[in-house]
Design a protein around this ligand. Structure first.
Ligand SMILES: Cc1cc2nc3c(=O)[nH]c(=O)nc-3n(C[C@H](O)[C@H](O)[C@H](O)COP(=O)(O)OP(=O)(O)OC[C@H]3O[C@@H](n4cnc5c(N)ncnc54)[C@H](O)[C@@H]3O)c2cc1C
Length: 870
């Protein structure tokens, strides 16, 4: 008996009920039994193995290398187990799982042929009541759902199946006795992984094979064969390192995450890289060819075209080749496949492809299948139609949490979990590879072990601290669900109607189910939760209740990756440098950015400032010629660093999105030219642009200002000065994380002092270089200090959650609104002072920039009749 159960409440029958005896269930049994927990394990099948028990179809294989797809807990496995192939077949994996179960005496804990139907949380007794279809009624302190992501076959949607007099098979429920297709006319419906694996093998036996395809698949050749002796030797020599590299990899297989953007290398180099991926025949390797394949539509399109060219080269019949080429979803947004002779199978004379998008299946008849325009006769029909993935097996059980809440109802609009492991309202319930964890996007053997280890550590912690119940908080769960969606939203995954999105099951909510930022980032989150006293969990027991509430991932995922990379570089701080060095450093950092989008034209020039010429760069949109509205842009850099071209990618982006001319105007910098030199120059630039609008091919009167950081402050100041000095007429202002006040007293200077790029120390350094403390309430520096903000042009103010100057910007947006200025206030969640400006680096910033551009367009559209400058 464990400490966790030592309460005044009724003693449960067991400590833990485990549902499922696949890879996850078996590892749970291993860990739980060795830790002394009393357990029951229910498995619906009549033997162990899960996926590898059920999916016995011809050609069924693992699609990550065999020695990656195995347990890592048993260090001496090589003494009595050997993999025969790079990608093991189903019987071999099933044998392996049986070998593990026998070696570690796991079988005695398993109850087969028993399906868990119901699990209800008894709040008074603090235990679960679990019911099975064989009448078991078991109480347990904890329930662990090891029910699998791909264990509930999708219902067939085709009419008339019951009429068919021939043989019917489902790849996911394949008979244990051999199936012989020799001399038979066979139909296969479905071309996902199971179809792609089984079709070439069935074709070898069948007299005739017709494949009915709705959605074509991207597949690469597995190049299966013997395990390479070199790799095996390397693996055997240092298995511990190998396993640990797998745990900290993007997909659960040792591999460096690519950081090279597709179009940063030549076309020839890219072609060679794609060819190499095709030759290696490993899925994770293929998806990792370039850093942006899963986020940049153009990069993905090029890679997809490489695949399509391969298909066209292999398949003889042009129409069949066309039908086999996926065109309506980005590559890898549906699970890609590994195959052996899949495409070449369609060159066999007795194999035919029917594209059911063009020739829909009407019904199954007594003798075969009718499409809209043809009747086929078959001896056997094979359904390879997939699964109700990730959530299907969990919601198939009637799970009731606190107050009788049904999990199915809670998840009616999509699953909400904390870490993909737990869900609020359902205490002491754990989901192995649940929604919101890497699961099906990873090598599942690694992800399963990580989850089971986490659960065991958690139970140990509860026991050690005298707690009996653990449950995530709503805050933590909402934060995690948001993070899972944020991760998906910066990728192309949501663009596909995939089973990852629940799109294959009618009525299933369209939500991206797995966690796509990688096994490494995911593991870091789980570890951080533990390190912060089970952040986001409420732990309770006879000794009391403890909760360190919070959200484990608050930054946008891409922003966090950039910050992590910067931190790893261990760069010196700008404020520790002499100004000249700081400027050189700033320019050096800018040089390695992606360039931003192409614009129609770039013109560099000078304009007259208050004390000599100032450089400017003009960006013209890539649209049809003709006058355009003008945005005068002021760069960031805290009045000390930066220049007219230092925000080049942002200006290009702004130009393209707003379809306006952007003129990035320089201003004099401190400490050589202290306050108010920058303001005077900014004002001079706006006047010059307004006076020369026509010559610049702008539309006179359609003039807005925009700026980031110090430039945002300057843009705000210029609007007020123009109002007070009688012009020029500015019709809108876009302020991006602007600097608007000088006292540095607001909470964001403390909350976000360090760790998010711009630090409070750097802000102070910049202020000190620019302006005397005595002047810091001057509204030409601190627009928030102006006594009257009324009558200013409409504004969009963007503030970033993790920015020292956030609260100053928020206060300014609120002050503008209070003064009656139409103001759109965008709080960029999970962003830093700079991240929204990181074009093509922080993809999550793009929607914010789109809103800025939209606001600017609206400012211009609203000013139909430009007022003459006063
Ligand atoms: C054909 C196929 C090929 C795959 N290939 C790979 C691969 O190459 N690499 C990879 O990483 N992953 C692959 N997967 C995913 C695979 O599911 C996992 O790798 C892994 O096997 C999952 O193990 P599990 O124990 O979590 O779930 P499962 O193996 O699915 O086991 C879950 C078990 O729970 C039982 N169960 C479910 N509900 C109940 C209930 N209410 N009561 C009692 N028992 C229940 C089921 O009968 C099942 O036996 C593949 C999946 C399929 C279908």
């Amino acid at each position: 008996m464990t400490e966790t159960a030592r309460t005044d409440r009724p003693e449960p029958d067991v400590d833990v009920v485990v549902v499922g005896a696949g890879i996850a269930g078996l590892y749970l049994v291993y860990r739980l039994s060795r830790a002394g927990y009393r357990l029951r394990v229910f498995e619906a099948a009549d033997d162990l193995g899960g996926t590898w028990y059920w999916n016995r179809y011809p050609g069924a294989r693992v699609d990550v290398p065999s020695f990656d797809y195995m347990y890592s807990f048993d260090p001496d496995w090589q003494r009595d187990w050997q993999w025969s192939e790079k990608y093991a077949r189903q019987p071999e994996i099933l044998r392996y799982l049986n070998y593990v179960a026998d070696k570690h005496d796991l079988r005695r804990h398993l109850t087969f042929s028993t399906r868990v139907r119901q699990a209800g949380w008894d709040d008074d007794a603090s235990l679960w009541r679990v019911r099975t279809d064989r009448g078991d009624d078991v109480t347990a302190r904890f329930v662990v759902m090891a029910t699998g992501c791909l264990s509930v076959p999708k219902q067939t949607e085709i009419d008339g199946l019951e009429r068919f007099t021939g043989e019917v098979y489902f790849t996911s429920r394949w008979p244990h006795d051999p199936v012989d297709f020799t001399g038979k006319r066979v139909a296969v419906i479905g071309t996902g992984s199971s179809g792609v694996q089984s079709i070439p093998v069935i074709a070898q036996e069948a007299r005739q094979l017709v494949v009915f395809q709705r959605t074509p698949t991207f597949s690469i050749p597995a190049h299966n064969g013997q395990l390479s002796p070199e790799r095996l030797a390397q693996f055997a020599a240092n298995e511990a390192d190998y396993r640990s590299a797998a745990r900290m990899s993007p997909g659960g297989i040792p591999m460096e995450r690519s950081i090279t953007p597709t179009f940063s290398v030549t076309e020839t180099e890219r072609e060679q890289r794609y060819e190499r991926a095709w030759e290696i025949g490993e899925l994770f390797e293929a998806i990792n060819v370039y850093a942006d394949v899963m986020s940049n539509p153009a990069a993905n399109h090029e890679f997809a075209e490489f695949f399509r060219n391969k298909i066209r080269a292999i398949v003889d019949d042009p129409q069949t080749a066309t039908d086999l080429c996926p065109t309506d979803y980005p590559v890898a947004t549906k699970r890609p496949c590994l195959d052996t002779n899949y495409y070449a199978t369609y060159n066999l004379p007795h194999v035919r492809l029917v594209n059911i998008r063009k020739h829909p299946i009407r019904q199954v008849t007594e003798t075969g299948i009718d499409t809209a325009d043809e009747s086929f006769t078959f001896d056997a029909i094979v359904f390879a139609t997939g699964f109700d993935a990730v959530t299907g097996a969990i919601t198939a059980v009637d799970i009731r949490g606190r107050n009788g809440l049904a999990l199915k109802d809670k998840w009616a609009n999509g699953p909400q979990t904390y870490l993909g492991l737990t869900t609020a309202g359902f205490p002491n319930l754990f989901l192995i590879t649940g929604p919101g964890s890497p699961s099906v996007l990873s090598n599942m053997a690694v992800s399963i072990e990580q989850h089971v280890d986490w659960v065991l550590d958690c139970l140990g912690h509860l026991c050690a601290r005298g707690f009996a119940v653990i449950e995530p908080t709503e805050t933590a769960e909402t934060g995690w669900t948001q993070h899972v969606n944020d991760c998906a939203d910066i990728t192309l995954f949501p663009a596909a109607n995939s089973w990852y999105m629940g799109a294959n099951v009618p009525g299933k909510p369209r939500v991206f189910l797995p966690y796509c930022a990688g096994v490494d980032f995911y593991r870091a989150s789980c570890d951080e939760v533990v390190a912060h006293d089970y952040l986001g969990f409420t732990l309770s027991g006879p000794g009391g209740t403890e909760c360190n509430d919070g959200v484990v991932r608050r930054l946008q995922p891409d922003v966090e990756m950039v910050l992590n990379r910067m931190a790893a570089m261990n760069l010196p701080t700008m404020e520790s440098m002499p100004v000249e060095d700081a400027r050189a450093f700033y320019n050096q950092m800018s040089a390695v950015r992606p360039p931003g989008p192409d614009v129609g034209e770039i013109v560099d020039g000078t304009l007259p400032g208050t004390s000599g010429d100032l450089a400017y760069r003009l960006y013209r949109p890539p649209t049809t010629p003709g006058p355009r509205p003008i945005i005068v842009y002021f760069h960031g850099g805290g009045w000390v660093v930066g220049d007219a071209i230092s925000d080049d990618p942002l200006c290009r982006d702004l130009c393209v999105r707003s379809d306006a001319i952007v003129i990035s105007a320089d201003y004099r910098h401190a400490p050589e030219h202290r306050f108010p030199a920058a303001v005077d120059d900014a004002m001079a630039a706006v006047r010059w642009v307004a006076d020369n609008a026509e010559a610049l091919d702008g539309i006179p009167g359609l003039l807005a200002v925009c700026g980031w950081n110090a430039g945002g402050g300057l843009a705000a100041v210029v609007c007020r000065l123009a109002r007070d000095m009688g012009g020029p007429n500015i019709i809108g202002q876009a302020l991006l994380t602007p600097s608007t006040d000088g006292d540095m007293a607001r909470a964001s200077f403390t909350d976000n002092a360090d760790g998010y790029g711009l630090t409070t120390a750097l802000v102070r350094w910049l202020y000190d270089h620019y302006i005397d403390i005595a002047d810091r309430r001057d509204p030409r520096f601190a627009p928030l200090q102006a006594t009257d903000l009324s009558g200013l042009p409409p504004a969009i103010v963007v503030t970033a959650e993790f920015d020292p100057v956030r609260d100053d910007g928020d206060a300014y947006a609120i002050a503008l609104e209070a003064a009656g200025v139409p103001t759109e206030h965008v709080r960029a969640r999970g962003h830093t002072h700079k991240s929204v400006t990181m074009v093509d680096v922080a993809i999550s910033g793009a929607p914010v920039r789109a809103r800025i551009a939209k606001a600017l367009r609206q400012f211009f559209a609203a000013t139909r009749t430009p007022e003459p400058a006063a």
